[in-house]
Design a protein around this ligand. Structure first.
Ligand code: PEP
Ligand code: MG
Length: 324
């Protein structure tokens, strides 16, 4: 880090006209936590729990998982820690649970898989809840929710685990529950979904993939994959507006949060929290501190009137250059 960027880390991410945005980090391995502390992260916005599952040779048990989650919750004591439930399938295989499908991104992934295997889901939820005892900073995030039924069932399992543990005599507080908005059907039902949870977290990586119907990992079509596509931006605006009307906080935890152009537009939308890799955080904090929210809002309005991503990129690149 340059000295200038490092000094910024101690200040909050506040726009020139006073809009404060939470700066959180995305974590995959416990080793990611040390760098997060040095950049002044205010919480963990996305703990990808599939990573510890992927580096093991079999499903980790309740004790094993609880120890991993405890370390994250303890390191960020007093700050929010968002643990996402298992999001395997798609491009994230488990060697000990092989899945063979023609269209893995449209198949058995994320919440779909664990709802078909409640024992996996319940073990993980129990581990998360037990890890939070006495710390009370746990938020549980559900990936790949595409329907109200999935969300209802997932919540029932969470409350089942909570009740079982309480009956066992454990003093566990109710966690905050949130949904990843990354499947287009969830965008179109956002009013219903937002009303059912405490917070929303937009996964722009998958949301872009599914709105544009472009594989996020296929090099042949990589040039067409763009989270700054006007269609994707409109979807994000709808999610933020509808969620705020219901008083729900919205995070963006996909790559767009760590992209300076994306951050400007998200500031304009009134996003509450940006969650990104620790390495991106100082630069994005600088971006937020360099803009007025009212200017970002004007850029957003102009961007939504553009018909193609190239126009949006040109406009934002100029706005960023003007601010150094
Ligand atoms: C996303 O889809 O934007 C996201 C944050 O989740 P992942 O990249 O783990 O699929
Ligand atoms: Mg995703």
């Amino acid at each position: 880090l340059t000295a200038g960027l490092k000094a910024l880390c101690d200040l909050p991410a506040q726009s020139l006209d006073g809009r404060r945005i939470g700066m959180y980090v995305n974590i995959g391995l416990l080793a990611d936590m040390a760098p997060s502390m040095t950049v002044g992260a205010e919480g963990i916005g996305l703990y990808r729990t599939e990573i510890p599952f992927q580096i093991r040779k079999q499903f980790p048990g309740e004790e094993d998982q609880a120890a991993i989650y405890r370390e994250a919750l303890e390191t960020f004591r007093g700050k929010e820690v968002v643990l996402r439930t298992l999001d395997v399938g798609g491009d994230k295989p488990l060697s000990y649970f092989p899945i063979k499908e023609d269209n893995p991104f449209l198949g058995w992934r994320g919440i779909r898989l664990v709802l078909d295997h409640p024992e996996i889901f319940l073990t993980q939820i129990r581990a998360m809840l037990r890890a939070s005892i006495g710390l009370d900073n746990l938020s549980i995030l559900l990936p790949m929710i595409g329907s109200v039924e999935e969300l209802e069932t997932a919540k029932e399992y969470i409350f089942q685990a909570l009740n079982e543990l309480r009956e066992e005599g454990q003093a566990i507080s109710t966690p905050r529950i949130g949904v990843m908005i990354e499947v287009p059907s969830a965008v179109y039902q956002i009013e219903i979904i937002a009303a059912m949870v405490d917070f929303l977290s937009i996964g722009t990586n998958d949301l872009t993939q599914y709105i544009l119907a472009i594989d996020r990992n296929n090099e042949r079509v990589a040039a067409r994959y763009d989270a700054l596509h006007p269609a994707v931006l409109r979807a994000i605006v709808e999610v933020v507006d509808a969620s705020h009307l219901l008083g729900r906080e919205v995070t963006v935890c996909g790559e767009l949060a760590g992209d300076p152009m994306g951050a400007v537009l998200l500031l304009g939308m009134g996003i509450d929290v940006l969650s990104m890799s620790a390495g991106s955080l100082p630069r994005i904090k600088w971006v937020i501190q360099s803009f007025k929210q009212s200017d970002a809002r004007q850029l957003l309005t102009a961007a939504l009137e553009c018909s193609r991503p190239t126009q949006i990129r040109a406009m934002l690149s100029q706005a960023l250059e003007e601010r150094g």
